[in-house]
Design a binder for this molecule. Structure first.
Ligand code: SAM
Length: 334
């Protein structure tokens, strides 16, 4: 295997920086009273070095790559149960889709064959949960995934760029051995506790799909820049097609970042729909601290994470805005 293929197939991106270790995460580690720090995907050993710095006398690392001088183990297939340990790890990340796109699917097929996850980091979580306690650095998209979260104590979104060689947005999960309900699980953004997981689950928006709204329709009357630019003054927004700095003739069926939307409305109503949709989006972003919108690679110039508005959530705002522009329109449709 050549070096790039190996790096991609094994997800060999090492955690050189330690600003993921927020005070509340350190407190959690201490509260477990465990004596062994264990990394089943140990790589360069950076996380175990941090563990030693914070006082762990015993460490144990495993890795599939025999050149890394750990005991060799395929931790995506099984992880030993280690008494008195806390797992501290950053497992490999790789989606089924990107493995295929990069032509490395054959190297990881065996993992996708034994699970129904679409990213191998989720298989890694499943295996790590065999032990009682752990903290894991994983993709931020985890918060929007269907992976059962009952063993978690907290999820912490880390906005700073953690890796030197990839811009993958990440979060840190802490788990213990107790099953919990979502109102017992804390969500943090960097150092700030922003609410319980249950609150965020309730804030999710799903459309009713009872109003005609067509995305990627070249002749649509509403343009949407669905991704934040790096300029904080130019966030995700709905606007008139002529206001967007993009050639809308390039919009394709598969466009996900910029789109034009067709609705059945007159010019006056379109202005209102644009205004109300932007207001709702603004309010939603504020109330959810932005964590329900998908992270987009790279940060804004002010250090905040860029976000992408998925079209399901966009549709939910447009439907509500349409209802405000044409009161009673939803009822009339039934
Ligand atoms: C993202 S790196 C993280 C390394 C280290 N935990 C850190 O944060 O610096 C993932 C590591 O997992 C290893 N790895 C990939 N697939 C593995 C598998 N199936 N079993 C064990 N280790 C694996 C890779 O060789 C790599 O060293």
């Amino acid at each position: 295997m050549n070096a790039i293929i190996k790096k991609r197939s094994l997800g060999q991106f090492f955690t050189k920086n330690d600003f993921w270790l927020k005070d509340h995460i350190l407190e959690f580690i201490k509260s477990t009273n465990t004596r062994i720090a264990f990394d089943p995907f140990a790589g360069g050993g950076d996380l175990l070095n941090v563990a030693q710095k914070i006082g762990f006398k015993k460490i144990k690392g495993l890795d599939i790559d025999k050149n890394l001088n750990w005991e060799q183990n395929d931790s995506l297939l099984s992880i030993p149960k280690i008494k008195n340990s806390i797992t501290i790890t950053n497992p490999p990340y790789l989606t089924n889709y990107s493995a295929k796109r990069k032509g490395i699917y054959k190297n990881v097929k065996q993992y996708f064959d034994v699970c129904s996850y679409d990213d191998i980091y989720q298989l890694a979580i499943e295996k790590c949960l065999k032990n009682d306690f752990g903290i894991m650095i994983i993709p931020e998209t985890f918060i929007n995934s269907r992976f059962p979260k009952n063993r978690l104590v907290s999820i912490t979104i880390i906005e700073d760029q953690l890796f030197n060689d990839t811009e993958n947005p990440v979060c840190v999960i802490c788990f213990d051995n107790k099953n919990k309900t979502y109102d017992q699980i804390d969500v943090y953004k960097n150092d700030e506790q922003i609410g319980k997981l249950e609150y965020f689950e309730k804030m999710r928006r799903t459309p009713h799909k009872n109003i005609y709204i067509k995305f990627n329709a070249q002749k649509g009357q509403i343009a949407l820049r669905a991704v934040d630019t790096t300029n904080p003054q130019k966030p995700i927004s709905f606007m008139k097609p002529k206001e967007i700095d993009y050639d809308l003739a390039d919009i394709k069926h598969s466009s996900r970042l910029i789109t034009v939307i067709e609705v059945k409305a007159d010019d006056q109503a379109i202005d209102k729909i644009i205004k109300y949709s932007n207001q709702m989006l603004f309010d939603f972003r504020k109330k959810t601290y932005d964590v329900l919108l998908s992270p987009f690679k790279g940060n804004k110039k002010n250090g905040e994470r860029r976000r992408r508005l998925d079209y399901m959530t966009a549709r939910a705002f447009l439907e509500d805005a349409y209802e405000l522009a044409y009161p009673g329109s939803r009822l009339k449709l039934f």
